[in-house]
Design a protein around this ligand. Structure first.
Ligand code: FAD
Length: 466
């Protein structure tokens, strides 16, 4: 039986990162994948979606060309966009596979199942083998949740998995179901890529996120510029799929006839056939693998990371989990997970990113949050780009001047949030921002401006500039 220091099951961002970090830090690593290297994020999630978002943004920006004296007619073709994302994904997947090879990681194809807390059975077709690991990381991810009315998801009712796996069906009119991140992103992407989107939302878009009311208002306004409006309070009761379209009946008695449907109705963790019980590992009522703050399951040498462990379900969280799991496997003093300080981002009609506490969370912890605000509408860089929607909003502690959290709405928000995520220490992060050297004119300078408004408005000059 082959023996490893670390066996990773699942090669999404969590599993891939854990395998790479483990190998870089001297462990003998095997990684098991039953489908495509790179998991959901690379093959049918973040990576192809961002390629489409970039195209959607180009089309959005092309509307302002004439006011700058530029002339071009930009039109969209979702079929070609589909081919393009496949090329992007294939290139990244090849680079992942060759990097794993270079690091000496044993990449095994097949389904992994725990036989106990040290042994994993790998089945690939008729071949079955058992390998042994001193440590095991479960990184098995999640799949789309199918609402009861969707049946077997035939060719005209798509999940985001099928949307990226198969060329999109013909037809212009698309029903998009869901008010979460996927609904919010694809409402913009599919509209700008030429579809007439009927966006059916049980609740307000992103209502269950930590984004502020101001952020969600800015998003609504940006969506309205492209005539995108959610039909909130609408729920699908049943669907009739025919040869040339789908007829949806809504709970309020309304009907919608569309060419195809895209589901953004949540995701469920993958734990089926994983042999958790054989290793004494439990799942919670929602099916997530139970683990402690150090990411250990009930079997102390088996760690669990990413989508299979919590409804947070972002690649960012899976990557942060991977780093922590490897630190804890190798370190003497285990560190606890700090999920609030992993950035999150939304790519829609405006880009949105946040990290840390919001005001309610801060007040629940008996802190007094002070707000520092700077809008992009007066940023020289944003004005020159003709792209002034959004703002930077920092939260600081009134007593100590420590950074409590931050939110950035507007172009490049997901890049800019790294200035907060990577600050060396939260107690001095605002001072660090205030003393930093910046390119001018840039969007990043608005973080400095927001820190300045906080200093002057809330009497934090000494903390921030002292
Ligand atoms: P996954 O990426 O789900 O990978 C798990 C892997 O494990 C899979 O490849 C699966 O085949 C394999 N596996 C499962 N069970 C077994 C087994 N028993 N044996 C062998 N292999 C197994 N997140 C972001 O942060 N930013 C984004 O922009 C973003 N965009 C998204 C867009 C879409 C359309 C979707 C659907 C998701 C998006 N996400 C985004 C979420 C992100 O893709 C997931 O949070 C992330 O992929 C989770 O990583 P993971 O490593 O936990 O699992």
């Amino acid at each position: 039986m082959d023996r490893y220091d670390l066996i990773v099951i699942g090669s999404g961002p969590g599993g891939y990162r854990a395998a790479v970090l483990g190998a870089l830090r001297g462990l003998k690593v095997a990684i098991i994948e039953r489908r495509d290297w790179g998991g959901c994020c690379l093959n049918r999630g973040c990576v192809p979606k961002k390629a489409w978002h970039h195209s959607a943004k180009w089309i959005a920006q092309s509307r302002a060309l004439a006011s700058r004296g530029l002339r071009a007619k930009v039109t969209a073709d979702l079929g070609v966009a589909w081919e393009h994302q496949r090329e992007v994904v294939a290139t990244v997947r090849d680079s992942y596979e060759s990097y794993m090879k270079r690091l000496g990681i044993t990449a095994l194809r097949g389904h992994g199942r725990l036989l106990d807390a040290q042994r994993v059975e790998l089945s690939a077709g008729d071949t079955v083998q058992t390998i042994e690991g001193a440590h095991i990381i479960l990184a098995t991810g999640s799949s789309p949740r199918l609402p009861s009315w969707s049946g077997e998801v035939p060719g005209r009712v798509l999940t985001t998995d099928t949307l990226f796996d198969e060329p999109p069906p013909a037809g212009k009119r698309v029903a998009l179901i869901g008010s979460g991140v996927i609904g919010t992103e694809f409402a913009f992407i599919l509209t700008l890529l030429g579809k007439e989107v009927v966006w059916i939302c049980g609740g307000e878009p992103l209502a269950r996120s930590l984004f502020s009311n101001q952020a969600r208002r800015t998003l609504r306004e940006a969506m309205a510029n492209y005539d995108i409006a959610p039909r909130t309070g609408a729920r699908v009761q049943s669907a009739r799929v025919g040869d040339d379209g789908v007829a949806l009946t809504l709970e309020d008695g309304g009907e919608e006839t569309v060419d195809w449907v895209c589901l953004g109705t949540g995701r469920v963790p993958h734990t089926e056939g994983l042999g958790l019980e054989a290793a004494g590992i439990e799942t919670d009522a929602a099916g997530f693998v139970v683990r402690n703050a150090h990411l250990q399951t009930a079997a102390a040498n088996v760690y669990a990371i990413g989508d299979c462990t919590s409804p947070a379900m972002t690649a960012n969280q899976a990557l942060a989990d991977a780093t922590l799991a490897i630190d804890n496997i190798l370190g003497d003093t285990p560190r606890a997970q700090d999920p609030l300080w992993v950035p999150e981002a939304i790519y829609s009609a405006v880009e949105m990113a946040r990290i840390g506490m919001d005001e309610d969370t801060a007040e629940d912890e008996d802190l007094e949050p002070a707000v520092g605000f700077a809008a992009f509408e007066t940023s020289p860089r944003a004005l020159g780009q003709g792209d002034t929607a959004g703002f930077v909003r920092l939260l600081g502690d009134m007593d100590s001047g420590a950074l409590l959290g931050g939110e950035i709405v507007g172009s490049e928000a997901a890049e800019l949030i790294h200035l907060l995520a990577l600050a060396p220490d939260r107690d001095t992060a605002l001072r660090w921002l205030a003393r930093g050297a910046y390119n001018h004119p840039t969007r990043a300078e608005e973080l400095l401006n927001a820190a300045e408004t906080m200093a002057s408005k809330w009497g934090l000059r000494d903390h921030i500039f002292g």
